[in-house]
Design a protein around this ligand. Sequence first.
Ligand SMILES: [Zn+2]
Ligand SMILES: [Zn+2]
Length: 238
Amino acid sequence: MNLRNRIVEFLFPPACPLCGTPVSTHGELCADCWTSFNWIDGSKCVRCGYPFAMDMPNGAMCPVCASGKNELDWIRSACVYDDASRMAVLPFKHAGRISYAHFMSRAMIWALRDIDLSDIDIIMPVPLARRRLFHRAYNQATLLARPIARVLGIKIDYDSVYRKYRPDMGHLNARQRMENIHNVFTVNCPDCIRGKRILLVDDVMTSGATFSELSRVLKSAGATAVYGVTFCRVAHTD
Ligand SMILES: [Zn+2]
Ligand SMILES: [Zn+2]
């Protein structure tokens, strides 16, 4: 460790970003916080990563994927959206806790462990509407995409897709979310998309409507494959 790092370490000893307990490395969670998350490490849909409530044979698909209704080629998420992940995601998204990107992106890389990543050409954070970016000052998906792109050695595409502003989807059901997101994305640079295999990055997957719509738009612009990774996803594991 160089002198500068030793001084930083002395002034700011590493602490769990969620609860402040001392830890050995900056940005890492303490053991208690780590175990409070419902990590997706068991049997899951080979295509969308949906966690199964019981052990299933390798290669099994959930009903949505089996019926061909999933637009993406594969999706993986690190954990289930529940009280623990909500306590991380909401401050990360809305209260400037950008330091959470460290452990969240690490968990997302871990979630990709069973995937062959060698064919990805571009990493794309799900775009935020400019009006929303102006109020929030950052796109939380970009903060997660950057460390993932660095580790995988793949370049990020920030601006080939434009997103129109639409009011929040928080209270909508799955069908309304699908209608609300329809036609919000536009490809600015078709040459940047054509023939590319693209990994989308987002913090939360709720109904999957955002991923589906973005994937539809990218594929109609000539993307050959669209994948997705999120920190957490809505799932009913009981
Ligand atoms: Zn902690
Ligand atoms: Zn599935």
